[in-house]
Structure formats: C-alpha cells, structure tokens
Write a protein that binds this ligand. Structure first.
Ligand code: FAD
Ligand code: MLT
Ligand code: ZN
Length: 469
C-alpha cells in the first residue's frame, strides 16, 4: 500500500489533502519558503498521530509537523522533494482539563493560542503567552518553537510555563509525560528537550501548562523617547517601581510606527503632536491584583518622574481598555505592515540588555556606511533583551539590492551579535532560515551533543529533516 492509502486508512480520505487542497500548507507565512509534499494529513487524536508516525517510519517518509503555519523561519514548510508528509495538528485541538486548584490547564497541540487564552479567561485564569499571531498559531507550534511574545518579562517564555507534555516519538510510541508538577527531579528534563526542538525530536500532542490568577487591573502607556539609551533608563525606573508587576516593556523605532500608520490608516498614534526628537517609542504595561486608584497614580508618578529626569519626551496613559487595545494594536501590526511593504530581513536577536544601546549605535553606523540607504527598523521586547533588528529596502536601496546584500547583512549583524555574547535566535527558532548560521556560531562540542540527541531520538531522521540541525 502506498503512503497516501495507508494514511487514508487512519484518518479517512477527507483528512488526507493533496494537490490544490494541500497548497496552503506548502508555503510559509511570509511566502519566503515553498515546498512540496506527498500529502497533508490531519489527525484528530494522539493515537492517530502515533499510527501516522509508525507508517511514515515504515515507509522511511519524512514528517513535517505544522500547526498554524505562522513560524518565521521556514520550520513548518517541507523541502522541494515532494517526499514528505505534512502533519497538520489543527484538528487535535481539545482542552482536556483545567485544574483550578493546581493552576494548570491541559490542552492539545492544535488548539489555537487565542482560544486557550479565552477559555482560561472565562474561568478567571490567565494564560499569559501573548503574541501578534495568537489568532492563528497553535500551542504545539508555540511549544515547538519555544515562543516568547510580549509577557515574557513577567511570566517567561512557553518553556517556563510548561509542566508536562505528551509526545509521539519517532518510532510511533506515545510518551505520556503530562503532569502538573512544579517539582520533579527524577532525571533528565525530557519536556524541556522537546520544547524548542522545532519538530525534530517528536510530535507534541498535548501539554500541561501553568495558568495564573487573572490580574484585576492593567495600565498601559505609550511613551515617546529620544534614544534607545532612554528606553533603558525607563526600563530600570519601571522595574524599580513595579518589580514583577511590570508585565511588558516593548520598544519600537519611530520608522516602525510610521510604517504601521502608512499601511493601516485607521490606526493613529495617541499623541497630539510628535516631537522630531522622539526616535523611539516604548509600550509598557503593569498588571496588578489591586484595583485601588493608587496603582494608576504610581504609574503616572513614575512616568512624571521620568519626564522630570529628561528620560522621556512624551507619554500617554491609556484611559480605557479600548485605548490600551489601540496601543497594542499599533505594536502588533508592525510585522503585518512589514509584510505588506515587501521583503525585509529579520534578525531576532538577544543581547545582554545593558549592551543594547552600544549594539544599536555600532550596528547602525556600520550598516549606514556599508549599505547606504538601507532602512533599519528595530523593535522588540527590550525587557527580555530581545530585539527584532529588521532591515528593509527603501527608495535609495531597492529590493533587488536588498536581496543581493542579504547574506552580507545577515553576517554583519549576526557576527556582531555573537561578538557581544548574544544569540541569533531569541524566540523564533532556527528552522531553515538560520540552519547554516547555527553551525557558524555554536561550538562543535555543542553541535555534537545536539546531533547525538537527534540521532538517539530520531535514528531514521524522519522528523522534520533539514530543519534546525
Ligand atoms: P508553525 O509555524 O506551524 O510551526 C512552527 C515550528 O513548530 C515548525 O518547526 C513546526 O514543524 C513545529 N511544530 C508545529 N507544531 C508542532 C507539534 N505539535 N509538534 C512538534 N513540532 C511542531 N514568535 C514569538 O516567539 N514571539 C512573538 O512575539 C511572535 N510574534 C509573531 C507575530 C506574527 C505576526 C507572526 C506571523 C509570527 C510571530 N511569531 C512570534 C512566530 C511564531 O513562532 C509564532 O507565531 C508561533 O509560535 C508559531 O506557532 P504555529 O502554530 O504557527 O507553528
Ligand atoms: C513580534 O515581536 O512582533 C514578533 O516576534 C514578530 C516579528 O518579529 O516580526
Ligand atoms: Zn517578537
């Protein structure tokens, strides 16, 4: 029996997609990677996933797991050989259990992040992972790429939220590692190995994740500042004032917001007038269980003090949930605006926070000298030391030039990041995009250990081959 017929016997013909039906799953979100596959298969239970993996192992067929296909490094796109099976998890989407006393939720991999957030909210709990793709990305994809987003400062990335996993391993066995334990020192931490493994070590089918009491109030502000060093000064001030209640500290260069308002004219900055000196914007948020007015007063006082110390140029504190949403909407539309305006080069870097101003300065000078006219569009999660140091074409640096210079630009940015002791992938993963570079920046010792793990868990190399390693 060929692989399609065998898979059909597991999930039924309507869940084995080929030709035009399969096409949407063969290209990544940004349209940078295009692949081909035998078929796309859509299981709805863990047992079906296990049977699919067994069949693929028997047929020596590569499996490319895919959730919402919002990944930014080509990790969920098959190669061009047409020999792989794309395993789509979106029908495996049940929320299995919410344990209020233990503050945990157990959810299947294909559940959309936003659905999980809503479900938890309806039960007076917060599931804190939050990112602009939350309406389409899945928990499995979040786990496989160890997604970060805008609340990492307070709650950590999804690895920090993960207590247990259920995983189908490459031989088709089911590892039933779902537990809600906050302490468990019984050897190697297998769940942490699967989180961030980008589909190369196993198919994640379910997870037990931490949830939190719902904060009673949130205060959001959009702040204009002169330079990145002022963003850092404000971060220090906000941290000192609010400690763990500071839940988000996002930064955006002014060009990013201009791009958003250009592509989405219904979105506006909340300032009456913009100072030409404000080159950066900070979106910061505090959350508290205390609904008293003094929380907002402290927030305003902190911003007033920052203004008095000439750290900030202007600030608007949201007066309503709607205004807060609009501020977040501006921030979360940057990626979409960039996608609309053509090709850009994404650098998802992490640095020690203290070194970010120096990096921004040095890198800016270097790129402006070597690639005059290039637009630099940095934004990101400054509170986590994570910048999306993106660059784009402009009238003076056309898209063809950008394409020609792409490798040189990647190298210049990533070599500098490496020299600063940083990471070339803070939260998006390696996928196809940074596979070659991983070899450049990891030591052979590190790569050998990673390869040993891969060979032990996937000896036939059928799980997402050609990604990460
Ligand atoms: P996919 O794209 O489908 O897959 C991602 C990787 O996980 C692939 O390697 C795939 O093979 C693997 N995979 C998927 N499901 C499974 C599974 N069940 N088992 C094993 N492997 C699996 N990321 C951040 O970290 N922070 C952000 O703030 C952020 N913002 C974004 C904003 C936008 C507009 C977009 C488009 C993307 C953003 N991302 C962000 C990137 C992306 O990582 C997340 O959107 C998300 O975590 C990917 O989930 P997904 O279900 O779409 O995964
Ligand atoms: C974000 O922080 O908005 C994302 O990681 C997406 C991106 O880098 O474009
Ligand atoms: Zn991000």
């Amino acid at each position: 029996m060929n692989i399609e017929s065998a898979l059909t016997s597991v999930v039924g013909s309507s869940n084995v997609l080929t030709n035009d039906d399969a096409a949407p799953y063969l290209t990544d979100w940004r349209g940078y990677y295009h692949g081909s596959a035998h078929c796309v298969v859509r299981p709805s239970t863990t047992d079906q996933v296990a049977q699919i993996v067994k069949l693929c192992a028997e047929h020596r067929t590569a499996i490319v797991p895919q959730g919402g296909n919002t990944g930014l490094v080509g990790g969920a796109t098959p190669d061009a050989s047409g020999m792989a099976v794309v395993l789509l998890t979106t029908r495996l989407n049940q929320i299995r259990d919410l344990d209020l006393a233990n503050n945990t939720v157990t959810v299947e991999a294909g559940c959309i992040l936003e659905s999980l957030q809503k479900y938890c909210k309806d039960h007076d709990r917060l599931f804190p992972l939050s990112l602009a793709a939350e309406g389409s990305c899945t928990i499995g994809g979040n786990l496989a790429s160890n997604a970060g987003g805008s609340q990492v400062l307070r709650y950590g990335a999804i690895r920090d939220l993960t207590l247990g996993l259920e995983v189908v391993t490459s031989d088709g066995q089911i590892w039933k590692g779902l537990n809600g334990l906050r302490k468990n020192n019984t050897g190697y931490d297998l769940k942490s190995l699967f989180v961030g493994s980008e589909g190369t070590l196993g198919i994640i089918t379910a997870a037990t994740l931490k949830v939190f009491p719902m904060p009673r109030v949130r205060h959001t502000a959009l702040v204009a500042v002169e330079g990145i060093e002022h963003c850092l000064a404000l971060l220090e001030r906000a941290r000192a004032a609010f400690e763990a209640n500071l839940t988000a500290f996002e930064v955006m260069a002014d060009v990013c917001l201009r791009l958003v308002t250009e592509h989405f004219p219904d979105q506006h900055l909340p300032f009456h007038e913009l100072s030409p000196h404000a080159r950066w914007y900070v979106l910061l948020e505090i959350a508290d269980s205390n609904i008293e007015d003094h929380v907002r007063t402290s927030f305003e006082t902190m911003l007033g003090d920052a203004y008095g110390a000439a750290e900030i140029v202007n600030a608007v504190v949201a007066n309503s949930i709607d205004q807060s949403r609009s501020m977040w909407h501006l921030r979360e539309s940057i990626t979409l605006a960039q996608a609309k305006s053509g090709k850009s080069i994404k650098h998802d870097i992490a640095l020690p926070i203290s070194r970010i101003p120096q990096f921004v300065d040095q890198m800016g000078q270097h790129l402006s000298k070597e690639f005059p006219g290039l637009t630099i569009m940095p934004f990101g999660h400054l509170g986590d030391g994570n910048l999306h140091y993106n660059v784009a074409s402009s009238d003076d640096f056309n898209p063809e030039k950008l394409l020609q210079s792409q490798d040189e630009i990647y190298l210049a940015v990533h070599d500098t990041v490496h020299a600063y002791g940083g990471s070339i992938s803070a939260e998006h993963g390696v996928g196809q995009l940074k596979r070659r570079e991983l070899k450049r920046y990891k030591t052979s010792h590190e790569l050998n250990m990673m390869q040993a793990i891969k060979s032990a868990l996937d000896p036939l190399n059928i799980l997402n081959p050609g990604k990460l390693l």
